[in-house]
Write a protein that binds this ligand. Structure first.
Ligand code: EPU
Length: 337
């Protein structure tokens, strides 16, 4: 096991703040991962597995072992008349997998183009965009269960996928993911319900839909609206879109006729957190070395922070203000350590 001590975490997460880890190890096999966990358990220190660090804020030094998952590999395990089954190492780059599948004409995850991060992180918050969530394409997940110290396989149903939610998020750090199996479609089942996708395809002059055309449209939309974490520190959407009761929605709607929301059941509505934040005046606002992104209020950006504390404090200010104005408590989507 390769072990580094007292290293800066700056290169390993997209907010790129300067907190340190007492111990740091890169693992590229499941055996190395198990060894690293056993080492930390033996020393009775905390451990945390990271992928590309694109959904995380460090607010203090990590006094334990950070395990960077670089378990790679994309393998077709089998196929039938309509589907292809792939097993993918958790350390693979997410967009690389999406591009690989598009190239092979395997559909199902093209709407998730250009989402930063690794394959192993995708099921944790059940990444989703433009009407598709990764949980829909996952068959099962292989993980080390730290409660029973055993490798287990979780089926899609075991994963308890919900909106930006899963068993991996509910039971933080219990399951350490090594690989995932995906079920992809040989016959296209294009999802272009989102108006912005249809508009973009139209502007691109696309006459015949293809996986590639949809992916290109989404890459264009995302690049226009979301900051590239390689250039500006950020972790994508910082907050979840909140759900409120129909009663609360109707009250708000009277007060704020322009409120952006849509029904998700007979008696609940999902509200666009970006709208709430923008309408509290935060969009484009900079405070010290952090700010609310000028093109998408749901994203907090760094202008060169030293500590993730700055991000955390700013996000709290947003939560407090939205609560005061709309009586809605925003929930962070990003992991805070
Ligand atoms: N809006 C505003 N102001 C803003 C941002 C949004 O008024 O600054 C309103 C607009 O009316 C807009 C609506 O909110 O039409 C929805 O905005 P958008 O389509 O950008 O989607 P979102 O709800 O802000 C979610 C995901 C994104 C995903 C998009 C597209 C969450 C927390 N975020 O954002 O995911 O790309 O939908 O499907 O659900 C991510 O998780 O990092 C992420 C970028």
């Amino acid at each position: 096991m390769q072990l580094q001590e007292n290293i800066s975490l700056q290169p390993y997460h997209s907010f790129a703040s300067q907190e340190k880890a007492a111990f740091f190890s890169i693992v590229s096999t499941d055996i190395e991962m198990e060894t690293a966990i056993a080492w930390a358990q033996d020393k009775a220190i905390p451990f945390l597995v990271i992928g590309a660090g694109t959904n995380i804020v460090f607010t203090k030094n990590f006094e334990g072992l950070i395990i960077k998952n670089e378990i790679m590999g994309i393998r077709k395990t089998h196929e039938d008349a309509s589907h292809v089954y792939l097993t993918v190492g958790a350390g693979e780059n997410w967009h690389h997998l999406v591009s690989f599948c598009i190239h092979k004409s395997w559909g199902g995850i093209e709407n998730l183009s250009l989402i930063p991060g690794t394959v192993g992180a995708a099921p944790i918050q059940n990444i989703g965009a433009y009407g598709v969530e990764v949980g829909e394409a996952i068959e099962h997940v292989t993980a080390f269960d730290t409660l029973i110290d055993q490798w287990i396989t979780l089926t899609k149903a075991d994963c308890l996928f919900g909106y930006r939610d899963s068993i991996f998020k509910q039971q933080k750090n219990r399951y350490l993911i090594s690989e995932l199996s995906f079920k992809l479609n040989k016959q296209p089942n294009f999802k272009t319900d989102y108006g912005v996708i249809r508009d973009r395809l139209h502007d691109m002059g696309v006459k015949t839909l293809s996986l590639e055309a949809i992916s290109n449209a989404i890459i264009h939309i995302r690049s226009q609206k979301l900051p590239d974490p390689k250039l500006i520190g950020n972790a994508g959407s910082f907050f979840k879109n909140p759900t409120v009761s129909k009663e609360q929605y109707e009250k708000l709607q009277v007060q704020y006729p322009k409120l952006v929301a849509y029904p998700i059941s007979d008696n609940s509505y999902k509200i666009a957190a970006g709208w709430l934040i923008e309408n509290c005046g935060f969009k484009g606002v900079r405070k010290g070395n952090v700010g609310c992104y000028e093109k998408q209020a749901l994203v907090i950006v760094s202008y060169g922070i030293e500590s993730g504390q700055e991000v955390n404090h700013f996000s709290q200010e947003i939560i407090d203000t939205v609560l005061k104005v709309y009586d809605i408590e925003l929930e962070r989507e990003v992991n805070i350590y």
